[in-house]
Write a protein that binds this ligand. Structure first.
Ligand code: ADP
Length: 227
């Protein structure tokens, strides 16, 4: 599903160069649930941004769903992000002025779905994460755990082939974190989408099938977990 070869990413700010990714080779099979770990600053988010097409690497190739992504036009990249991928961020990234259901509807409408179809899919998706009774709440009227479940619901409403989660539990207490991780595991089991999650908690990485560790911009360890 995702094939990364010799991926390099260097940030340039003024005269300062930061070499963050220094030759990453990684193959993620269709349907795999994988954790990316490493100390703060190791390049985990940078790697996720390249794979999820939110940024472009300095060099190297990323093939997703059999498409070499550097050959895609800007519009093709946007389309691939909208249709093939779902995103969950640590700060939820919900729009505060929109209700839960409106937040979930937004990417569906951007994909060209009608308001009615988007509404129905969004209510269904919110029901799947246990928030049927809170569809009309604003983010400020939801707990952190509930806001993250809205964000999970938004990420899965269009049934993406790949789900990306960047430290989805970083701002949650232990109980809400467990709820979100149980939800991700359950969705993975039921729908089988490829899931790539960044975490720095060993305990949370154990929810996945494989742990890839980043260090000094390369993969220092790649471990498959027995289930
Ligand atoms: P992690 O997610 O593992 O904590 P990041 O990928 O966020 O690490 O960051 C890796 C390194 O790249 C850090 O040193 C960070 O300061 C630097 N960095 C990240 N984004 C940028 C950027 N847009 N411009 C310059 N440097 C950046």
């Amino acid at each position: 599903m995702i094939n990364i070869q010799q991926l390099y990413k260097t940030y340039r700010t003024g005269n300062i160069e930061t070499k963050v990714l220094r030759g990453i080779d990684l193959h993620i099979a269709d349907g795999e649930f994988i954790a990316i770990m490493g100390r703060s600053g190791a390049g985990k988010s940078t790697l996720l941004y390249q794979i999820s097409l939110l940024d472009e690497p300095t060099s190297g190739t990323i093939t997703i769903d059999n498409k070499e992504t550097s050959t895609l036009s800007n519009q093709d990249r946007i389309d691939m992000r909208l249709t093939t991928m779902g995103y969950i961020f640590q700060d939820y990234a919900l729009i505060p002025e929109l209700t839960a259901v409106e937040n979930v509807m937004l990417p569906l409408i951007m994909q060209g779905q009608t308001k009615q179809a988007a509404y129905e899919k969004s209510v269904e998706s919110l029901s799947e994460v246990g928030l049927k009774d809170k569809v009309d709440n604003l983010p400020s009227q939801l707990s952190g755990g509930e806001q993250q479940r809205v964000s999970v619901s938004r990420a899965i409403a269009h049934h993406p082939k790949i789900l990306f989660a960047d430290e989805p539990t970083a701002n949650l207490d232990a109980e809400s974190a467990k709820t979100v991780l149980d939800l991700l595991s359950q969705l993975h089991k039921e729908r089988g989408q490829t899931t790539v999650m960044i975490t720095h908690e060993e305990e949370y990485a154990k929810y996945t099938e494989r742990i890839v560790r980043l260090s000094e911009g390369i993969i220092s360890e790649d471990e498959r977990l027995k289930k």
